[in-house]
Write a protein that binds this ligand. Sequence first.
Ligand code: ATP
Length: 322
Amino acid sequence: DKRVAILASGGDSPGMNAAIRAFVRSALWENYQVFGIQNGYEGLLENEIRELSSRDMGMIINQGGTMLGTARSAEFQTPAGLQKAAANLNAAKIDALCVVGGDGSFRGLLALSEFYKGQVVGIPGTIDNDIPGTEYTIGFDTAVQTAVEAIDKLRDTALSHGRVFFVEVMGRKSGQIALSVGLASGAEDVVIPEEKTDADVVAKRLLDGRKKGKRFGIVVVAEGDDSGGAFKLAETVQQKVGFNIRVSVLGHIQRGGSPTSHDRVWGSRMGEAAVRFLKNRMTGVFTAMRGGHIIPAYLIEATVGVRAVEPEMVQLVRIMGS
Ligand code: ATP
């Protein structure tokens, strides 16, 4: 009886497909009619809406990216754009909209709900794991795994040549990816936006390592760090330590690839939970993971600030790298 739609927005992330698949099949299970909107809010403005069947969801759980496409839209951010988007949803008689995306996409969904009177629900899908109010965002595990595998390879050459590598990872204004990657790859140090970066301190840690007999080193640098990125920081630190530092920027490979089982499982669970929230007449909420469970949390909670890193985790990475 209900007509529900789903779209992906912002940066793509591995596991979004699992969430879309679970949303579609759970909604069909409830005898809802389900529609997919292609290319995010941009596609909503262009009326790229089509009905989805269970079979459309076949063979996508193992694929990275999103089968619905995603986009960033400037027009959507204007009142006229939001009005047009709401009008398109109303014209298609959509009773509820689900958006898979990051905090920017949630901000967009809240803005849309001023004009669109149907139910709205969010699923956190971003590799950054930076959304306040949820302990997990779909795609994080795969992105961390990809970066760790890349660093394992860099480590081989770092060891052979006795080199120090600064490896820049994604994460926007958050150090979550850098911290997990640093811990899992056995990095000597991490450089994150949540701490004031001091090149002297970074240099001293590297020199201390040398004194202890370390023949090589990996320093994970978060892209959003105030030092201005791995290249700039490496240049400064290089002068202080007196040896060459190589730089590797992992870039977009971190966003791609087949999702890990963790992202498939949580993508699926969040997709199902989103339908359950809609069935229970909720709106303005997203599927938040807390303490290993999925609960409804207000979208507004996700749009304020960046999820904080745990100081214990930072300390642990430093101890392990010492
Ligand atoms: P990621 O963190 O993975 O990049 P994101 O969802 O944060 O994902 P954004 O580019 O910040 O990505 O947001 C996606 C889209 O949401 C924007 O292109 C824009 O169309 C819409 N949006 C963001 N903020 C607002 C807002 N305040 N009002 C209306 N629309 C918005």
